[in-house]
Design a protein around this ligand. Structure first.
Ligand code: PHE
Length: 339
């Protein structure tokens, strides 16, 4: 019996060509080469064949098996390659595409300056204490030696809310801390304050940094020595300070503190309006009455206090000419403070 090998191979080829993937191809292969496949069936026919024809028939079947095995092996290789190409195409990344832009944030200049101030004063042993933004009349004014009929209240008009007022100064924290803690005290108190003020260098809400030192034998000289250290760290190694007489109800004597202009080195320029000096903060020796109000004996203890506007320091340090820039949240402005 002659086996039409080529016909069977062609038929297998045709069946395989409609197989969509290597799985389907495997099924076709099994129809020919599997246990129940056509080649196995041919082998089973061996017993029906006359003895003398068996070797020739066996050879033909084996030759057919080999052809089919070769055929399916090459078809499998092709199918695998096609599948791999498809998988790669699906995973394809276009490395020439523009990257996604992740914007990096920056700290707000007021935050940068506040952190720097805390850093500098923490280095001198000050501890941070934060008071509430909604204060009452007692802590914000009366205990600070500013009774209801005191003219100094005029300068610090504020927003009155139920149960209190928006604090006009972080000085209120002096009282709150001294009520709780006995001297020695070295307190730093940052926070928001509110006033009825609004122009290029004043805003109804701004930030202050308060400082308070109370111990035995503290004098104005200690204040000046500390301020010298502070301006050197904040502005420049060559910065100097100058005290001018001033008035605050809660300090006596009171001073206005100027720092030598870091832009012109004291010669006079537009930043310092030709004077060589820039006002940076208010300060003074703590008024005896304030100590008394907090139960601290003014004959045993004395102290100094200072308060500065953080926006003002930021404006001086970075050459910002309008305080509104600090609250407008214009990213083009704020981005310039990335370090
Ligand atoms: N509280 C004062 C102000 O807001 C500043 C100040 C603080 C002055 C402490 C003296 C002592 O203007």
């Amino acid at each position: 019996m002659d086996l039409e090998q080529d016909d069977i191979v062609k038929e297998a080829e045709a069946a395989a060509s409609s197989a969509e993937d290597s799985r389907a191809l495997y099924e076709v292969k099994m129809q020919y080469l599997g246990r129940a496949g056509k080649v196995t069936a041919l082998m089973k026919r061996m017993k029906d064949i006359a003895q003398e024809h068996r070797p020739a028939f066996g050879k033909q079947v084996n030759a057919l098996r080999e052809k089919l095995e070769t055929l399916f092996a090459s078809l499998e290789t092709l199918a695998k390659a096609r599948e791999m190409a498809k998988k790669l195409a699906a995973e394809n990344v276009d490395v020439t595409m523009p990257g996604r832009h992740f914007a990096r944030g920056a700290l707000h200049p007021v935050t940068i300056v506040r952190n720097r101030l805390i850093d500098i004063f923490a280095g001198m042993g000050f501890e941070v204490f934060e008071g509430p933004e909604i204060e009452n009349d007692y802590y914000n004014f009366t205990a600070l030696n500013t009774p209801a009929d005191h003219p100094a209240r005029d300068m610090q008009d504020t927003f009155y809310v139920q149960g209190g007022l928006l604090r006009t100064q972080t000085s209120a924290g002096q009282i709150r801390l001294m009520e709780k803690k006995k001297p020695p005290i070295k307190m730093l108190s940052p926070g928001r304050v509110f006033r009825s003020d609004d122009d290029a260098t004043h805003s109804p809400m701004f930030h202050q940094m308060e400082g308070l030192v109370v111990d035995r034998g503290i004098t104005l000289c200690d204040l000046q020595g500390m301020l010298d250290e502070f301006v050197k760290a904040m502005f420049s190694e060559n910065s100097k300070t100058r005290l001018r007489p001033s008035y605050f109800p809660f300090t006596e004597p009171s001073v206005e503190v100027d720092v030598s202009c870091h832009a012109c080195g004291g010669k006079g320029c537009s930043l310092c309006k030709g004077t060589g000096w820039i006002e940076v903060l208010g300060a003074g020796v703590v008024n005896r009455r304030v100590l008394e109000n907090c139960g601290v004996d003014p004959d045993e203890y004395s102290g100094f206090a200072f308060g500065m506007g953080i926006e003002r320091i930021a404006m001086l340090k970075y050459g910002i000419n309008n305080i509104k820039l600090l609250t407008e949240n214009d990213v083009r402005f704020l981005e310039q403070f990335k370090d």
